[in-house]
Design a protein around this ligand. Structure first.
Ligand SMILES: Cc1cc2nc3c(=O)[nH]c(=O)nc-3n(C[C@H](O)[C@H](O)[C@H](O)COP(=O)(O)OP(=O)(O)OC[C@H]3O[C@@H](n4cnc5c(N)ncnc54)[C@H](O)[C@@H]3O)c2cc1C
Length: 108
């Protein structure tokens, strides 16, 4: 991990039940699932989001071979897509957690 600030969820304080890996230098290595966007169990979104990450990455990687796209650009595309999807899922999971557990992220 290098540079960049850790993601803050919509509560503005990161929350106690979820978290993000800090941003990292772009390259041929990437991560998916809980390793990058750990999520609370609330909402049942963590596994689904991890599987979506894998499906999107696998689809994009076929373009490296089939369309001779550069690996770096493909990995960047995956990471942009992953962060948009996972941010929405993470925020939804936090909202569910607050309802279920009366979790107050403002106290963090
Ligand atoms: C109580 C609970 C309920 C949940 N309910 C739901 C639900 O209903 N629906 C839903 O979508 N999500 C749910 N989730 C979230 C879901 O379980 C996770 O988001 C999902 O498992 C993440 O998948 P992953 O592959 O990224 O990570 P993981 O499932 O954690 O897989 C990582 C794997 O890597 C292995 N590993 C770790 N370190 C190493 C190492 N150094 N070398 C080799 N292997 C290693 C681990 O043993 C593990 O098998 C729940 C989570 C919890 C805690």
């Amino acid at each position: 991990m290098a540079g960049g600030a850790a993601h803050r969820n919509e509560s503005g304080c990161g929350g106690a039940l979820s978290g993000w890996a800090e941003s990292w230098k772009a390259g041929p290595v990437t991560i998916l699932g809980d390793a990058v966007h750990a999520m609370s169990p609330a909402g049942g979104l963590g596994a689904n989001t991890a599987l979506q990450d894998a499906a999107v990455l696998a689809t994009l990687l076929t373009d490296v071979v089939a369309q001779r796209k550069p690996l770096g650009g493909v990995i960047s595309s995956y990471e942009v897509d992953m962060r948009v999807r996972a941010t929405e899922a993470n925020d939804a999971s936090e909202r569910s957690a607050r309802k279920l557990f009366e979790f107050n992220p403002m106290k963090c």
